[in-house]
Design a protein. Structure first.
Length: 140
């Protein structure tokens, strides 16, 4: 796995992991995102999706300010959206709605952290990217 110049693995965070970390400080998602062993990334796609999920499901517990404060404090780098013409090839591995996550992960990172079972199942089909859960990454 390629490490950053600082010797740290680059980890892409799926929306469900980001929201889980904000929702519970006792879970694996929160603990991984507070680890100094990794450099974290999300894309504009994940940021938009997280804002929508929080507004629809967690507005009584998580504010948008909490989301942005967490991103800044972690710190998490926000990557640009992948080009639409680059997404189609990823439909062989995941649903169309998840192709931006897989595309950004493969382009910029060593690890994709997700809680999505379908994306996890793509791990054996994808080279140059480890797809795992926060809980599994903690065990390593």
């Amino acid at each position: 796995m390629a490490k950053s110049q600082r010797g740290l693995l680059k980890v892409f965070i799926d929306t469900n992991v980001l929201v889980s970390a904000l929702n519970s400080t006792s879970g694996a998602s929160f603990h991984i995102l507070n680890s100094p062993k990794y450099i974290f990334f999300i894309s504009e796609f994940v940021l938009t999706e997280a804002r929508n999920v929080i507004a629809k499901k967690f507005s009584n517990k998580i504010s948008e300010n909490m989301l942005f404060s967490f991103i800044g404090a972690t710190p998490i780098t926000i990557l640009p959206l992948p080009k639409k013409n680059k997404l189609k090839k990823f439909m062989a591995f995941v649903e169309e709605k998840d192709t931006p996550i897989l595309a950004s992960s493969l382009k910029y990172c060593d690890i994709l952290l997700t809680l999505d079972k379908e994306i996890l199942e793509a791990n054996s089909k994808i080279k140059n990217l480890e797809i795992t859960t926060p809980g599994e990454l903690i065990k390593k």
